[in-house]
Design a protein around this ligand. Structure first.
Ligand SMILES: Cc1cc2nc3c(=O)[nH]c(=O)nc-3n(C[C@H](O)[C@H](O)[C@H](O)COP(=O)(O)OP(=O)(O)OC[C@H]3O[C@@H](n4cnc5c(N)ncnc54)[C@H](O)[C@@H]3O)c2cc1C
Length: 461
């Protein structure tokens, strides 16, 4: 029984106080309270985590399968990465480049991954329309800037493989073409343009999903950290410190906020990694003109410790970066300074433009470089969907829906067919049980070493 949850990072990272993000400040609050679970409850499905994955699964289960759903979150809807991210609705769920995808999964398997990635982006777009969510979207397509000349050849090959083998009309853009798109920069050597993806307000999207779920009858409880999931002959009992829910199945939708000992099977099989964001005050037209930055596409660079950035609809610049291995205040402050330094280097005309917000949160990585969705090995009634490799806006939404479908099928099919593997919709790449990391107990230490190597590779080697 897991009464005390073991986590990989320092306790501060899991404190449930509000996150001081721009999204938090600019999204209307939820129209309802999400009270803590108190006492006994019953449901068909109990979902742990009220982010994109959990709420997408809940909506699928309620709307399409008529099930009764309880969602439990340790903090509140959107407290995790879903309320903190960069709002890049882009390719997610995998760390493989186009050539590696083909080498690992074969041409058909690779195309299937890309098909799911495109479908995931379209799912979010369509969902915002269908549910009439008040979420601003902007910019169409994504540009990945080449930050060192020696990577240009690789990026041109990547574009070709996407076009010729994977059905994505990717292009290598020279700097001049980037400039025409309103994305000029002196530091890069052209970029990889992908025609899919857009930017959105992540918290408005999240709260829209929460409002819709609640209206559809989903019971959402905040302040309800799940401490134990016990499987019985005919269901699950999911316990918090103040209550418990008896259900027929459970879904872990906890991504980078997963605990090491709940569920036990995942111990050592995932890696939370910090991603960090600064947002500036709105830039005037004149200030934007100083860089000729008129484009609103979502952008990133080719660093392993990547930077990702975009202009927001009110003229603020959002600039994010991976890195940092500690969440104590001094380490976060150092990360804040590093990020601002990288921003100033990239946009020297804006060094006087103040940062108004800085925050961090966890994305989730896996040792086999892909997301995982499915029944948790060694369990009968517990499922999980996680490890989107920093691409959970689209993938969490799509995989959450798939997880809902999968659970509904498992509850309605005969026991002979309940392991139906959804071959038709979920790429096999995402159904592989996640192996343990080598030397799993030293993952954070390993991360420090990896980051030192990435920095060398990114900047010097
Ligand atoms: C700074 C940052 C920038 C990012 N930028 C992008 C981006 O631009 N585009 C993109 O696609 N992705 C981005 N990501 C990643 C993306 O946000 C995530 O992949 C996605 O939000 C995951 O959604 P989720 O619902 O699976 O998990 P989360 O949103 O992380 O939610 C997990 C929830 O589980 C709850 N939880 C955990 N354990 C328990 C428990 N025991 N009991 C109860 N509740 C529990 C937590 O409280 C949390 O609310 C970014 C992430 C961060 C942190």
């Amino acid at each position: 029984m897991a009464t005390h949850l073991k986590r990989i990072f320092d306790a501060e990272a899991y404190e449930t106080s509000p996150v001081q993000s721009w999204w938090e400040d600019s999204a209307p609050p939820l129209s309802f309270e999400a009270p803590a679970l108190d006492g006994e409850a019953k449901a068909d499905v109990v979902i742990i985590g009220a982010g994109y994955t959990g709420l997408s699964a809940a909506l699928e289960l309620v709307h399409r399968h008529g099930m009764d759903v309880v969602v439990l979150d340790a903090a509140r809807p959107g407290w995790g990465a879903s309320g903190r991210n960069g709002g890049f609705c882009c390719f997610g769920g995998s760390k493989f480049g186009a050539d590696e995808l083909i080498a690992t999964f074969g041409a058909d398997g690779a195309r299937d991954v890309v098909r799911a990635q495109v479908e995931a982006i379209d799912t979010v777009d369509k969902r915002i329309d269908d549910l009439k969510l008040d979420v601003e979207r902007h910019g169409r397509g994504e540009v990945l800037f080449v930050h060192r000349a020696k990577f240009v050849g690789g990026i041109k090959d990547e574009a070709k493989i996407y076009r010729e083998a994977l059905g994505v009309d990717a292009q290598y853009w020279e700097n001049e073409r980037c400039r025409e798109a309103g994305l000029p920069g002196d530091l890069w050597h052209g970029g990889l343009y992908l025609p899919h993806g857009f930017g959105l307000h992540p918290m408005k999207y999240l709260r829209g999903l929460a409002e819709t779920s609640r209206k559809a009858g989903v019971r959402i409880h905040g302040g309800s950290e799940v401490r134990e999931v016990h499987e019985t002959a005919d269901g699950v009992i999911v316990s918090t410190s103040q209550g418990r829910v008896k259900g027929r199945a459970a879904l872990f939708a906890t991504n980078g906020y997963l605990a090491e000992n709940l569920p036990e099977w995942f111990a050592g099989r995932y890696m939370p990694v910090l991603s960090n964001i600064i947002v500036t005050r709105p830039l005037s037209q004149q200030e934007r003109a100083a860089h000729g930055w008129t484009g609103d596409m979502i952008c990133a660079d080719t660093r392993a410790l990547l930077h990702y950035f975009r202009v927001l609809p009110d003229g603020r610049m959002m600039f994010g970066g991976r890195g940092g291995t500690a969440t104590d205040p001094a380490s976060l402050e150092a990360m804040h300074r590093r990020l601002r330094h990288a921003f100033d280097r990239m946009f020297p005309a804006w060094t006087q433009v103040e940062t108004t917000h800085f925050w961090s949160g966890f994305v989730c990585l896996s040792s086999n470089r892909t997301a995982f969705i499915g029944r948790i090995p060694q369990s009968e009634r517990s499922f999980a969907s996680l490890a989107y490799w920093g691409g959970g806006v689209s993938m969490g939404s799509w995989m959450g829906e798939r997880a809902g479908e999968m659970i509904a099928a498992s509850l309605t099919r005969s026991s002979a067919t309940k392991d139906f593997r959804f071959r038709s919709t979920i790429p096999q790449a995402f159904q592989r049980p996640t192996p343990r990391f080598p030397f799993a107990g030293f993952r954070r230490m390993g991360l420090r070493l990896a980051y030192a190597m990435f920095t060398l590779r990114d900047e010097y080697l």
